[in-house]
Design a protein around this ligand. Structure first.
Ligand SMILES: Nc1ncnc2c1ncn2[C@@H]1O[C@H](COP(=O)(O)OP(=O)(O)OP(=O)(O)O)[C@@H](O)[C@H]1O
Length: 282
């Protein structure tokens, strides 16, 4: 079994990768990602962009080692061609034990993660749970301090630790989910729409938390996000998907300047509009 190498560089290697969903309900197998190739160097922050249905979540889940996780068989992602490795671990035929080892270092914030927090646990237990599951022996005080620091960055009062998900707003639940995804100190974090459902005032706090985490750990981040503020603040390179194919890859400014792709054009326009607002406000 190949063990994850935390210093692997590139951290993520993808070559001619194809992924599909199995045939179900009389339908045919569906090819969600086709012939995609790219490398993500160690410590980079990369944004994965593309319109709805372009394959972003599928690729993200697969690279996070969560491809086979879905309860329904029909939603399990099938590797159908090419090559991919994360932290030096080949993803093609990842056995259960190898997957468990890898996912200890690769965090995945699933889309709409705030909506799937365990309802029976309070926020404190939700945050401690990933650690407790891994080991009974951990430094509770040090961890408590780290949680307090994160709560401060993300502007949630410590009293929220005693509350249950149903007592929080949608945006607060999402902020808790983002904190939870960082609890195991992932070397790679793949985050699907981290600011989804969070109001405009609080989105920068999530950006701040991810920036804090990145500076503290040097982790590699893959962000799926339409949040211009987040893209501008964190991402250096972008990957653009369209109908499962990679149609753009490069420096965020160069890709937005070229903007020969409809979806990216819209994002670039939004970016210019935001920049204009900021100038107008000065
Ligand atoms: N369980 C499934 N079975 C069959 N096809 C699926 C399944 N899940 C997703 N797909 C299809 O795979 C394609 C890629 O979906 P995916 O969720 O990866 O896109 P996305 O870019 O993340 O979209 P969004 O931005 O809306 O989340 C879509 O055409 C979608 O309909």
């Amino acid at each position: 079994m190949v063990h994850p190498r935390l210093d692997a560089d590139p951290t993520i290697r993808v070559s001619d990768l194809s992924l599909s969903y199995p045939a179900h309900a009389g339908g045919r197998e569906f090819q969600a990602v086709e012939g995609v190739s790219f490398d993500i160097p160690k410590g980079d922050v990369v944004a994965l962009l593309g319109e709805s249905g372009s394959g972003k979540s599928t690729l993200a889940k697969f690279l996070a080692g969560r491809g086979p996780d879905a309860g329904e068989k029909s939603a399990r992602i099938k590797f159908t061609g090419g090559d991919a490795s994360v932290l030096g671990v080949p993803m093609a035929k990842l056995g259960r034990r190898a997957r468990a080892r890898l996912t200890a270092y690769v965090g995945h914030l699933a889309q709409d993660a705030g909506a799937t927090l365990v309802p029976e646990l309070n926020v404190g237990d939700i945050l401690f749970e990933p650690i407790v599951e891994r080991s009974k022996h951990f430094d509770r005080d040090a961890l408590g301090e780290r949680i307090a620091e994160m709560m401060d960055i993300i502007a949630l009062p410590l009293s929220k630790l005693q509350e249950y998900p149903y007592e929080l707003s949608k945006g607060q639940r999402q902020r808790v989910a983002v904190m939870r995804s960082l609890m195991l100190d992932p070397t790679v974090l793949i985050a699907d729409e981290p600011t989804l459902g969070v109001d405009a005032n609080n989105r920068p706090k999530i950006v701040e938390l991810l920036r804090w985490y990145r500076e503290r750990t040097g982790a590699t981040l893959v962000l799926i996000s339409h949040d211009i503020g987040m893209l501008e603040a964190l991402a250096r390179d972008v990957l653009v998907l369209q109908q499962g194919r990679l149609v753009g890859h490069g420096d965020i400014n160069a890709i937005f300047r070229q903007a020969d792709h409809g979806y990216v054009q819209k994002l670039a326009q939004a970016l210019r509009a935001t920049a204009y607002d900021e100038i107008a406000e000065e």
